[in-house]
Design a binder for this molecule. Structure first.
Ligand code: DGT
Ligand code: CA
Ligand code: CA
Ligand code: ZN
Length: 569
């Protein structure tokens, strides 16, 4: 942990103490923070020497030394969380706005009841901020600007939002006659769930023309750098994009290098050195002679490895597996035969059953499952028993209207806090399949939550657990559940743990998929579409499964209808 980060935590403590009008201690924390910040030596190293060593840092007494030890050991400070928890306001949100510190936050709260970004924004828009002492039109306007920034800053973009942007850019570049080859690299190519920036590679003999074109694309907001080998721009979608020009003979090695990840690259380079070679973005070299680099396959081949799919390049055993020719045969992007989680106008979706089925058919699916919310989940428009019966008639009608695809009638039912389902068995039993999910009551102990979900898995009518951990990427942590227990229950009961492909869910995540597959569980990938447009998120779920080393045989909805239905247990 960097000294600046340790100091940052101490500064935050100081701010919070000051807001509570605690005398002296804020200054003490700030003094210590300044010392730590300005030290050359890593404070972590000093912490390892013991408390006495820490107390030699100017301004650091026993109490603060103890805190630094904890930060060095755990990366966080329980005392800080406690202070934050005791505040009536969302400190992290408010302090993330430039121009809002402890004094302003306190003022805004006491005079206007501002607790978080939303209420701050409201107050600013209603013209209330500028009337406060020490504030004016201008500073209120600045805060409004900063709020916009604070909402996106520090957050990585979702793959699902940026992948189409990168692909569109690739298409536009590929259409240029000067461009010989173009590829998206980086975390997007590895299909990581969140991405920092877009990395594009091109082969061209006319780099000036290409960078000219690139920096003038319609969604370019700002040009950060423009050169013949590298240009960087900021896009309207809120991410940066790097464009690098590489030589044709190096395209494979450059693609490998800029796809990463970094640890994978470093390991490959080490292996090259062991062989007496040198690997870089320019190629694989024996002395001055290039022995590979045109394609990735060629480079991996020189090392006696098969091609390693980008989704696997996370340095989690793929290199060893490749050397032993034991890489998984990943489920393919074209292997899915149907999507079984989607919502229509019958609950909280925007399209009709016919429209969803038609869109699924257009994707080439053999079957599609309609799984509207049932039960008392009001915000999702849950149907009661009567609604389900009516929908059954509507499904029968849709089957006649949309030919060439099998329409299944399923449902998504909530798992109540005590593990019971939010719908009678007698209703569930009539459906083709049932997905059970946790939609509320997230704050249970691990024991309660695990028992709750397993109880649902043990219900004979439940076939699938939807979004099994409840996380929303960068928004909500997963609820506390013992995944090992869920995997065991999945094997025992045959209830599938879903890979939900919705861009901000991707739940199970790839780590969980990997573990589940290791234990011999199977899974199903569904989109949870709430509109026909959402059906195309399937590939994000497939990518998540691939990053979890899942093979076709592990994914139940790669099976033809009859076999798939047999796997619904
Ligand atoms: P991101 O953008 O944060 O989502 O993640 P990446 O993986 O796209 O990282 P980025 O954009 O910083 O760099 C693209 C690739 O370039 C990265 O995956 C591996 C390679 N790379 C970047 N820096 C280094 C480095 O210092 N050493 C090595 N060996 N490779 C690097
Ligand atoms: Ca990147
Ligand atoms: Ca980059
Ligand atoms: Zn759900």
């Amino acid at each position: 942990m960097k000294n600046a980060l340790v100091a940052g935590i101490l500064y935050q403590v100081a701010d919070l103490l000051e807001m509570q009008d605690v005398p002296f201690r804020p200054q003490a924390y700030r003094r210590a923070a300044r010392s730590v910040e300005s030290m050359q030596r890593p404070v972590e190293e000093i912490a390892r020497e013991g408390r006495d060593a820490l107390m030699e840092i100017p301004g650091v007494g026993e109490a603060i030394a103890e805190k630094i030890e904890e930060i060095a050991r755990t990366g966080s400070l329980a005392y800080l969380d406690e202070l934050k928890g005791g505040m009536p306001i969302n400190v992290d949100e408010l302090f993330s706005v430039e121009g809002v510190g402890p004094h302003k936050a306190k003022l805004f709260y006491e005079k206007l009841g501002v607790r978080d970004l939303d209420s701050l924004e409201r107050a600013a828009k209603e013209g209330k901020l500028c009337k406060l002492p020490g504030m004016g039109e201008k500073s209120a306007q600045q805060i409004l600007e900063s709020i916009k920034f604070a909402r996106t800053a520090g957050k990585r973009a979702l793959l699902g939002h940026i992948l189409p942007v990168a692909e569109d850019m690739k298409r536009r570049l590929a259409a240029l006659k000067e461009v010989e080859d173009v590829e998206v690299a980086g975390s997007i190519r590895r299909m990581k769930e969140t991405i920092g920036d877009i990395d594009m590679l091109v082969v061209t003999d006319a780099p000036q023309k290409v960078s000219e074109f690139f920096t003038k694309l319609p969604n370019v907001e700002r040009v950060i750098a423009k050169g013949s080998t590298k240009s960087t721009v900021e896009l309207a979608e809120g991410v940066q994009c790097d464009l690098r020009v590489v030589e044709k003979k190096s395209f494979g090695s450059a693609l490998m290098y800029f796809t990463g990840n970094k640890d994978h690259n470093i390991a490959m380079r080490r292996i090259a050195i062991k062989n007496g070679w040198k690997l870089s973005e320019y190629g694989l070299f024996k002395g001055a002679r290039q022995i590979a680099g045109r394609t990735e396959r060629e480079v991996y081949g020189k090392f006696g490895m098969p091609y390693i799919e980008p989704e696997l390049r996370e340095m989690t055993g793929e290199i060893e597996a490749a050397l032993k020719h034991r890489l998984p045969k990943l489920v393919g992007y074209g292997d899915i035969r149907g999507d079984l989680q989607m919502h229509t106008k019958w609950s909280d979706g925007v399209n009709t059953i016919e429209q969803m089925a038609g869109a699924a058919k257009a994707l080439g699916y053999e079957y599609v499952g309609i799984s509207d919310h049932v039960g008392t989940l009001r915000i999702a428009g849950g149907m009661m028993a009567g609604g389900v019966a009516k929908q059954d008639v509507a499904i029968a009608k849709a089957r006649k209207a949309v030919r060439g695809i099998i329409i299944l009638h399923g449902a998504e039912v909530s798992i109540l806090s005590d593990g019971r389902l939010d719908m009678k068995d007698a209703v569930l039993k009539e459906l083709d399949y049932v997905i059970a999910s946790v939609h509320g009551g997230f704050r249970q102990t691990q024991e309660q939550m695990t028992k709750r979900i397993i109880a649902a898995m043990e219900n004979e009518h439940v076939n699938i657990i939807g979004h099994p951990t409840g996380r929303l990427i960068q928004e909500r942590k997963p609820y506390d559940v013992d995944m090992e227990e869920l995997f065991a229950a999945s094997k025992r009961t045959g209830t599938l743990l879903e890979v939900n492909a919705f861009p901000n869910r991707l739940d199970m995540n790839s780590e969980n998929v990997r573990r589940a597959m290791e234990l011999g569980c199977r899974t199903m990938i569904n989109t949870d579409a709430h509109s026909s447009e959402h059906l195309k998120f399937m590939r994000l779920g497939i990518a998540t499964a691939r990053r979890g080393w899942a093979e076709k045989k592990d994914v139940v909805n790669t099976l033809p209808l009859k076999k798939m239905m047999k796997e619904l247990k």
